[in-house]
Write a new protein. Structure first.
Length: 277
């Protein structure tokens, strides 16, 4: 007897798999390791079963151990019989797997959803019976909004539940492409959150402005015109009695004119020099 429950040895063929088992996939390599351990040491923790009206037994918890025991060639497996109804049996299956944390995030969500839909539980009641916060339960159920292909890729890439929840922020049409990048670049959760935020809030495009017209510089096209104008200015000054003179210097880079205008006739050596380049 274990905790007032009857312990018996059953043939694996006498045990029916539970339709309420949340786990749908089993890693063959891990099963083989478990089978080797069972073959060497036996089953340490008995399976949990309940008796059906037809005399057979239905598995409540321990499907991995049962499968591994069959692989190991055991003729009998230790089982504890529980007196439970369908609802309690389904609840035990989900709880046992949640406590072991060996379900995928979507198997957890499917198991919880089955409790609610098949047995008419509210989310608050299911959360209380599973021993988790209602907000946690709601977040797990939201994961089922991701389509089956996205779910399979998340599981295959071993992404976390929070990676999956981050994808839910995106419209469905963007999720596949976003998941491609998350997997290809191995984005961490923080990087994933930042990337998804950038998709939801793309930088605003700056309005295009008309290109400014280049500033046009005034250019004297004909230097002879300037030279003639300067000569006329000197002639005018000289006709007015001002002893103005000019001198032209020319280099490879520029042409320089120097104009000398005396300040006073009585002081011919003092003059004003106007330099024009």
């Amino acid at each position: 007897m274990i905790a007032d429950k009857k312990l018996i040895m059953l043939k694996p063929s006498d045990i029916k798999m539970s339709p309420n088992q949340p786990r749908k996939s089993f890693d063959e390599y891990e099963l083989k390791l478990l089978a080797d351990s069972i073959q060497a040491n036996g089953i340490i923790q008995p399976l949990a079963v309940r008796k059906l009206p037809d005399g057979r037994f239905e598995l409540i918890a321990g499907e991995r151990r049962l499968r591994a025991a069959v692989m190991a060639g055991l003729r009998r497996v230790p089982c504890v019989i529980h007196k439970t109804d369908d609802e309690t049996s389904a609840l035990y299956s989900v709880i046992e797997n949640l406590q072991r944390s060996n379900l995928t995030v979507f198997e957890e969500s499917e198991g919880i959803n089955r409790l609610i839909t098949e047995y008419g539980m509210s989310q608050a009641e299911a959360a209380a019976r599973l021993g988790i916060a209602q907000s946690t339960l709601s977040n797990k159920l939201r994961l089922l909004k991701l389509d089956s292909e996205i779910q399979a890729r998340i599981v295959s890439a071993r992404l976390t539940e929070r990676h999956a929840r981050a994808l839910l922020r995106l419209p469905e049409r963007l999720r596949g492409e976003a998941l491609d990048r998350i997997i290809a670049e191995g984005l961490t959760l923080a990087q994933t959150e930042e990337y998804i935020t950038s998709l939801l809030n793309p930088p605003e495009e700056q309005p295009q402005t008309e290109p400014e017209e280049p500033v046009r510089k005034v250019v004297i096209g004909d230097l002879r015109l300037f030279s003639n104008s300067l000569s006329k200015l000197l002639t005018t000054l000289q006709n007015a009695g001002i002893k103005a003179s000019s001198r032209k210097y020319e280099t490879e880079k520029y042409i320089e004119y120097k104009v000398r205008i005396p300040k006073k006739d009585s002081e011919p050596d003092r003059c004003t020099q106007l330099k024009i380049c």
